[in-house]
Design a protein around this ligand. Sequence first.
Ligand code: SF4
Length: 123
Amino acid sequence: MAKNTWSAKINRTVTSVLPVSKHRNGQCRQCGACCHLPNRCFFLRKSRSGIYRCVIYPIRPLNCRKYPRSESEWITPETCGFMFRPDTRPGSGKRIRNWIRTHHLAGILNLLRLISMHLHSRG
Ligand code: SF4
């Protein structure tokens, strides 16, 4: 599982152009946990009933719109209304790799990994 760090957020931002995992089920229950990654979002508001809402919801960025996009980027399982189930269909593991290859995103992902490693090395 990814850690709640700025490099994880950068990773989610870059990979948000990728499709949401087909293994994802469930729905958002407005717990607000993902709006605290890695710190509380400026646009987050809490109602008296305890429900969180985003004041820029219609124009929220892709990484917010798609969270949790994949199980490896999912760091709020305790409260999140989504869950991931393994895809047991034959050949399912190759689909995302083929999609990345087709869309020439491997270079972008490698660049992201380098940025992430650089940020980690700086502490
Ligand atoms: S952590 Fe999951 S349930 Fe909570 S606000 Fe984010 S997407 Fe919705």
